[in-house]
Design a protein around this ligand. Structure first.
Ligand code: ZN
Length: 454
């Protein structure tokens, strides 16, 4: 099989042994030792890889930036299909407000190409420098501006994918409206490479905003957070682009040594909100932004505020929110990305915190996230790396009754597979299994990820 793959892809296209081992590393989670890393140069070669793998009954895991957090790219003893050589931005259409990008293109490169044409590809997340377009499509990535622009799903107009048997499905229409039967591209968005390998995509672009207003706010009670969020949505004329909340333990971690960040607002508040609006008129937008925040302070929703006055200050504010590397200071840690209604968050967090502390009196629980999207990141440290399942039971336990989700944006991969039924009904799981069996009956694509079929 390796000889046949090498004949198809050329010697550059197949890495084995030490070369493969060197590439099979990421600090974000185990990748295993792949039998070989395949590096196709175009869609036809991806199809050839999958045809050959299928002929040998050999599973394949597609690799993008390898910065996923749920072991969705674990490839021990199987073939890894790296999209790194398919990294071109093929076209940017300014008037059509679209771009065509290959799956291996790094997100930041795609964003910069859009920006060079005066447009915005609005997906924004911490891994922007390593995540690839194929990866963010396959995982339906979210990030910091979902509130305004939606998740990756909302930016994909069309795509091309290769099925487990090597069939190329091209659905590359650059259309916003296309009600011609089943929307096949959605099969490949967020399905974590289990139904097909995304090779190219037509992405929807937005006007590049001319203004960016950013502020850090201190808020003292949870009840004020949704009031502040809805007020900002209503009064900022549709320009609200981020509403990120940091609980005190997170804010203290990212503003104390060895973190590079320092407090922009003093410690001691119950919540810190990073709020941002992106609009089209620098002067008018910033006046309105300050007026809305001023009103919120007068009405007691906000107790303290700093509005960024320069790009450097904007960078410092986002730098605090993005400095998730500090979380490892509570090592060993377990990280979660849950979803639930804002109205349920306060009681849910009190319950989780209470149960953690009752079991481990020195437990830490660091909370932050995209409150506007109902998505919180929880990072629990209990001093015991073997307590994963027990901590998961506590964190996921309160979600089912609250109609929440065990994954808002990171996906299921291998790590959350056992908890999928916490968020999905038996009927939903049966439909998922039927889809997997229909498109990949031999289980070639990312076998065992998301759900076990057999
Ligand atoms: Zn996030």
């Amino acid at each position: 099989m390796i000889a046949a793959l090498t004949a198809e892809l050329g010697p550059q296209g197949v890495l084995t042994g030490a070369e493969a081992a060197e590439k099979a590393f990421t600090p974000w989670g185990p990748l295993g030792t792949p039998l070989a890393i395949l590096r196709p140069a175009d869609t036809a070669q991806v199809a050839a890889c999958l045809r050959l793998a299928a002929a040998h009954g050999m599973p394949v895991s597609a690799w993008g930036g390898k910065t996923g957090l749920v072991e969705g790219t674990y490839a021990d003893g199987i073939l890894a299909l790296s999209m790194e050589r398919m990294s071109d931005v093929e076209a940017v259409d300014r008037n059509g407000s679209t771009m065509i990008v290959q799956a291996g293109c790094v997100l930041q490169t795609a964003c910069e190409a859009a920006e060079a044409a005066g447009m915005l590809l609005p997906l924004d997340l911490g891994a922007r420098g390593s995540a690839t377009i194929g990866g963010v499509i396959s995982t339906n990535a979210g990030g910091n501006r979902v509130l305004r622009y939606g998740m990756m799903r909302d930016m994909v107009l069309g795509l091309e994918a290769v099925l487990a048997d090597g069939t190329v499905v091209s659905a590359m229409k650059p259309l916003i409206k296309n009600n011609t039967g089943y929307d096949l591209k959605q099969l490949f968005i967020g399905s974590e490479g289990t139904l097909g390998v995304v090779t190219r995509a037509v992405l929807r672009l937005r006007p590049h905003p001319a203004s960016q207003c950013t502020a850090l706010l201190a808020v003292n009670d949870f009840a004020s957070l949704p009031l502040l969020l809805r007020r900002a949505e209503a009064q900022l004329g549709g320009t609200l682009s981020a509403f990120e909340v940091m609980w005190p333990a997170f804010y203290e971690l990212v503003t104390t040594a060895p973190a590079a960040g320092r407090p922009i607002l003093p410690h001691g508040s119950n919540f810190y909100v990073l709020i941002e609006a992106m609009g089209s008129d620098e002067v008018a937008d910033s006046e309105r932004f300050e007026r809305v925040l001023g009103g919120a302070m007068e009405d007691g929703l906000v107790s303290d505020a700093v509005v960024a006055k320069s790009r450097a200050e904007v960078g410092r504010m986002w730098g605090l929110r993005d400095d998730v590397a500090q979380l490892v200071r509570n090592f060993p840690i377990f990280t979660f990305d849950i979803s639930l209604r804002i109205a349920d968050m306060e009681a849910y967090l009190a319950e989780v915190r209470g149960r953690l502390l009752a079991r481990w009196p020195n437990a830490t629980l660091v909370v932050f996230g995209h409150l506007g999207d109902g998505n919180l990141h929880l990072v629990a440290g209990v001093g015991d790396s073997g307590a994963k399942h027990e901590v998961e039971e506590i964190v996921y336990g309160g979600l089912g009754t609250r109609n929440g989700s065990v994954s808002a944006e990171h996906g299921i991969g291998l790590q959350k597979r056992a908890w999928l039924s916490q968020s999905r009904s038996p009927a939903e799981l049966a439909v998922m299994r039927a889809m997997k069996k229909a498109l990949d009956p031999a289980g070639i694509l990312n076998r065992g990820k998301v759900l076990e079929v057999n």
